[in-house]
Design a protein around this ligand. Structure first.
Ligand code: NDP
Ligand code: GDR
Length: 373
């Protein structure tokens, strides 16, 4: 029997990798996409199948996590074996600007899905994965963070995700549903949204190297994160739903680096040595040496990074470091891609795009580069 999966957030970073993974496993994959005024399926266009074909294994449906009747109808029609709830307003800084919307989608959206499954009598049939987050630990109470570490969320996003975490646990305990939380630490890829810190750096420095952008403006570069590759992490999302009993798992690499270190790695991938000087909001990064030909627009002494307090958060999560021992012991999961390899992968893709852009510019086809942070 072909298994059916429903993915909310299929157009996002994780949704796109998970859809690829499940299609390779032979699943019929259904995804919810939002109506937008421009196409928003770039991350899944390569796996898109003509809906007129009877054999299409990937099916997209319009919908939104804020719309109860839409979600209920979709679950009724699809009767999924597995639901992966990856849809969310997922940007921590934006959640301070739009706290109510974030709560509606990230917290109540999760409840809407669980309740639809229960209301339709599918609670013993449909397995549920909740995209929980290391942001739940926020102001950390223990290092490294594991499944038993107390939570202290530090943003409207994290508070909304706390509700989602507990409502998934509650439906498991109250109704015997197979529901689990993956408590995932930061994971990135060339498909990462452009305003998350790693992608902002790899894309920004690649653009600067090719003369498309003047300077990178950053927030708190002392922040410490445990970064993995999204490809490794979606494999674990599926594994969690294949066990005999539902459980929650921390997914992390167990290694921690600063944003400043990530800037240095990215620069080195472009053949640039940086020198950091000054402190606080006066800190800058200057080009100290250049090797190779990946940064034709730069010369020694150019300032490529400055601090802009606009990117500081009202409450910051300064440090996160996960302990993935449970995932390793119970599921045999270990991440295969290191943070440095992931960074190299991201810079390679962003530099390729910047070169393409610069070439078009050279031939008079000057497309604007979005500089939104
Ligand atoms: P993205 O921001 O890349 O993707 C989010 C997805 O959710 C997009 O498909 C987006 O649609 C969709 N979405 C947003 N709002 C709604 C809505 N109102 N209704 C339906 N869909 C909506 O996130 P990631 O792929 O990085 O993350 C996936 C999930 O994992 C998220 O829930 C995130 O909070 C969580 N998470 C992520 C981590 C990470 O490091 N990446 C770590 C821990 C948890 P559109 O494309 O139209 O914007
Ligand atoms: P995070 O990721 O908040 O951890 O949430 P993000 O990449 O946005 O920030 C990581 C750290 O970098 C600092 N920082 C900056 N961040 C951004 N976006 N832009 C900047 O200019 C900048 N300068 C410094 C931040 O302050 C922060 O400390 C991500 C999201 O994917 C969530 O959905 C997910 O739940 C968590 O990871 C785990």
């Amino acid at each position: 029997m072909t298994k059916r999966a429903l993915i909310t957030g299929i157009t996002g970073q994780d949704g796109s990798y998970l859809a690829e993974f499940l299609l390779e496993k032979g699943y019929e994959v259904h995804g919810i996409k939002r109506r937008a005024s421009l196409f928003n399926t770039q991350r899944i266009d390569h796996i898109y199948e003509d809906p007129h074909s009877n054999h299409a294994q990937l099916k997209l449906h319009y919908g939104d996590l804020s719309d109860t009747s839409n979600l209920t109808r979709l679950i009724r029609d699809i009767e999924p074996d597995e639901v992966y709830n990856l849809g969310a307003q997922s940007h921590v800084a934006v959640s301070f600007e739009a706290p109510e919307y974030t709560a509606d989608v990230d917290a109540i959206g999760t409840l809407r899905l669980l309740e639809a499954i229960r209301f339709l009598g599918l609670e013993k049939q449909t397995r549920f994965y909740q995209a929980s987050t290391s942001e739940l630990y926020g102001l950390v109470q223990e290092t490294p963070q594991r499944e038993t570490t107390p939570f202290h969320p530090r943003s409207p996003y994290a508070v909304a995700k706390l509700y989602a975490y507990w409502i998934a646990v509650n439906y498991r305990e109250a109704y015997g549903m197979y529901a689990c939380n993956g408590i995932l630490f930061n994971h990135e890829s060339p498909r990462r949204g452009e305003t998350f810190v790693t992608r902002k750096i790899t894309r920004g420095l690649s653009n600067i190297a090719m003369g498309l952008e003047p300077c990178l403006y950053m927030g708190n570069i002392d922040s410490l994160r445990d970064w993995g590759h999204a490809k490794d992490y979606v494999r674990m999302q599926w594994m969690m739903l294949q066990q005999d009993t539902p459980e929650d798992f921390v997914i992390a690499t167990g290694k921690q680096y600063s944003v400043r270190e990530f800037i240095n790695w990215s620069a080195r991938e472009l053949g640039i040595e940086l020198e950091f000087s000054g402190s606080g909001t006066e800190e800058t990064a200057t080009v100290a040496a250049i090797k190779g030909d990946k940064a034709p627009a730069l010369k020694v002494g150019d300032v490529v990074m400055r601090i802009d307090p606009r990117y500081f958060r009202p409450a910051e999560v300064d440090t996160l470091l996960g302990d993935p021992s449970k995932a390793k012991e119970k599921l045999g999961w270990v991440p295969e891609i290191t943070a440095q390899e992931m960074c190299a992968d991201m810079v390679a893709e962003d530099h390729k795009a910047a070169r393409r852009h610069a070439l078009l510019k050279e031939h008079g086809l000057d497309l604007p580069v979005s500089l939104e942070g």
